[in-house]
Design a protein around this ligand. Sequence first.
Ligand code: TYD
Length: 220
Amino acid sequence: MSTTTRRGLFLTFEGLDGCGKTTQKRLLAERLRQAGERVVETVEPGGTAIGSQIRRILLDPANDHLDPRAEMLLYFAARAQNVAEILLPALERGEIVISDRWTDSTWAYQGFGRDLGTSLVQDIDEIACRGHKPDLTFLIDIDVETGLQRAHQRNAGASAAETRMDQQSRAFYERVREGYDTLAVAVPERVVRIDGHGSAYEVAARVWAAFEKFRRAHGR
Ligand code: TYD
């Protein structure tokens, strides 16, 4: 990341659908605010008004013929807008940005899940994110079975407009999981695995411990 915009901190949450990362992002943001930090929360896909329009295309079950490359580029288009509108301005103000998903999702879901490969994802990330990468990523780790069960429960009560990605096969989610495993091994200095089983508060305590460890190690 360039030094001119390096005043803030960029944290991301990753994991399979239903892993509980959205709750964890909220709990971490609350705790940081209570500690007096200025925190900006964002989400992928979405986060901006334009990103939300792109999100509708991506998650609409009517778009079941969306080409995998078109899908990947749309995720990156939403992200490029997020970088310009939310991430960079907040980092320049010295704030903490916490995103629910980022490029690691594209690595796992499109690179592995859709079998597009990771070098394509890395190349386009350079263009969309201009070399900006998270400082620390919490990978909330659950088994595929638990994730699918939780995601299906959630969708039973949710609008039918956002279910396209949740209708993928179990084999797809196994590949996504493999993608996350590979990532955690490839960049252990950035990606910390957090056991996602147990209550939200138990998981939040693990997230906080990992964050404190990161802060001590980096003097931030
Ligand atoms: P969402 O309803 O936000 O699910 P979750 O709460 O699990 O994040 O839907 C986002 C879906 O989009 C989810 O299935 C993961 C998928 N996704 C990708 O396939 N690639 C990406 O780059 C991103 C950010 C998300």
